[in-house]
Design a protein around this ligand. Structure first.
Ligand code: AMP
Ligand code: ZN
Length: 478
């Protein structure tokens, strides 16, 4: 049984899909005005784990992600500049060029992190007509009012506004998240559905609407893009924890207003990644991109490993030291895999001083089956990656399992971890060298030391070396 923590009910709940054996996920995507940073990647990683766990449980997953290429302002209080227009000024390009560049960059970054691509990408600028239609519906139902700078949603018209974070009254909202208040706004929690281009200003991204030329609000686009692709209600809506109070609360309000329904059954939020205790922010100058990692010789998969060490609902601190430790752990893991992978001939699994370690352990009652069962339990317990990772290391060091059993167990676990553990041999050690190593192992088993030494010399001539570890030989590049 898969259990997920639902922000809406503040409980861990059994996942019950709307359609049997399928899961629809909507994940709020990037605002493409700048490089995504390690903090953003933590959220996309968490969503990737969610998707992989659903797939592991045999759900057919429909994963939709939007690209916010308009409407996300620099302030959550509906003031400030549009981030895309700001990016265009900074780079002396059009807003469209900026969006295109950072979208591609983001998609490549996801690939390097082994984050599976969503089945559907949607750009906010491709759904302007549908967004205008949604605002018209809200207007017809009496949820909107217009002030000088745009059309706003009147949150006092909804009894249940703020359910996602405990039905706080708008007055309490004021004390919490919002400081600025747009002139004319009736309540601090009211939010922009359509922003009008101020007179005398020429925006690069603007459209005609029944209320005047302008652009849609950020919260409106996600309602349209999710419901249009997944229906209402759909299964799971996710994002970072910062989206609970404003962005997702205001998506829910619009769907409730327009359709009288809760838009998704499960709302999941990933905790933040902080940098040495503090918030990641451009103004603090502590944005870390994958390029910065590469400059320090640290791989994207080391970052993935670091993310695996914390539960998605726990805060995680990024430091170069912790990332280096993750890179080391990943290297150790790879070395183990090579060792287990080489341990695949029956000769290799026979210990001179004990009974043969054989596939008998894969029987239902053996350790392999027990590890598989525990693994499923951990990942299905609200995606508990730290426990699943610790279990993998426990299996690695288990003296009662043969290397080849460990190998098959770890490859199965890697369907979730996605650390490319299945690609290690292909990338590092050519099959010819591995079969030489196997031959040498046969010589050693037969106590043909001369033969073994000859093959070792041949392996070394080809630029590789062999280390004889407690559980078998390990082939490495020299
Ligand atoms: P944005 O591009 O700003 O819309 O953010 C993209 C995603 O990254 C959203 O789901 C945010 O909630 C998430 N996010 C932003 N900063 C962090 C952080 N420091 N740690 C984890 N997630 C973050
Ligand atoms: Zn969104």
């Amino acid at each position: 049984m898969l259990k997920l923590y639902n922000t809406l009910t503040r409980k861990k709940e059994e996942f019950r899909p709307i359609k049997p054996e399928t899961a629809g996920i909507y994940a709020c995507g990037p605002t493409v005005y700048w490089f995504a940073h390690v903090g953003n990647f933590r959220t996309y990683f968490f969503e990737d784990i969610l998707k992989r766990v659903l797939l592991y449980n045999n759900y057919a997953v429909k994963h939709v992600m939007n690209i916010t290429d308009v409407g996300h302002l620099t302030s959550d209080a509906d003031t400030g500049e549009d981030k895309l227009e700001k990016g265009a000024q900074r780079e002396n390009k059009t807003a469209w060029e900026v969006a295109d560049f950072y979208t591609r960059h983001f998609q490549n970054d996801l690939k390097s992190l082994n984050i599976q691509e969503p089945a559907i990408w949607v750009k906010a600028t491709d759904t302007i007509k549908e967004q205008i239609d949604l605002i018209k519906t809200l207007e017809q139902k009496g949820f909107t009012y217009q002030i000088s700078d745009g059309v706003y949603f009147d949150t006092s018209k909804l009894k249940n506004y703020g359910a996602l974070w405990g039905n706080k009254k708008p007055a309490e909202l004021k004390a919490g998240a919002r400081v600025e208040m747009m002139e004319g706004k009736k309540h601090p929690s009211d939010f922009a559905l359509w922003k009008l281009t101020p007179s005398g200003v020429k925006r690069q991204m603007e459209w005609d609407s029944p209320w005047g030329r302008g652009f849609p609000g950020w919260h409106t686009e996600c309602v349209v893009m999710s419901i249009n692709n997944l229906g209402i209600p759909f299964d799971i809506h996710c994002g970072g924890i910062d989206h609970i109070q404003i962005h997702h609360t205001n998506e829910i309000a619009q769907a409730q207003g327009a359709y009288g329904k809760m838009m998704a059954n499960y709302w999941m939020h990933g905790e933040f990644l902080n940098i040495e205790g503090g918030k990641i922010s451009k103004s603090a100058g502590n944005i870390i991109t994958l390029e910065k990692l590469a400059q320090k010789g640290l791989s994207p998969l080391s970052l993935r490993y670091l993310f695996l060490t914390a539960h998605y609902k726990a805060k995680l601190d990024f430091s170069w030291k912790s990332l280096e430790a993750s890179q080391n752990a990943l290297q150790n893991l790879r070395a183990k895999i090579l060792q287990f992978k080489a341990d695949r001939t029956p000769e290799n699994v026979i210990k001179a001083d004990g009974p043969a370690r054989s596939d008998s352990h894969s029987d239902a009652g053996g350790p392999l089956a027990a590890y598989r069962k525990k693994f499923l339990e951990f990942i299905n317990d609200d995606l508990n990656m730290p426990k699943a990772l610790a279990l993998m290391w426990q299996a690695i060091n288990d003296p009662d399992m043969a290397g080849k059993e460990k190998y098959s167990l770890i490859l199965d676990m890697d369907k979730i971890f996605a650390l490319d553990l299945d690609k290690i041999e292909a990338e590092n050690i050519p099959p010819k060298i591995l079969s030489l190593a196997e031959e040498r192992e046969k010589c050693r088993q037969a106590k043909d030391w001369q033969g073994a030494d000859k093959i070792r010399a041949e392996i070394e001539k080809q630029g590789f070396r062999i280390e004889d570890m407690a559980d078998g030989p390990l082939v490495k590049k020299a």
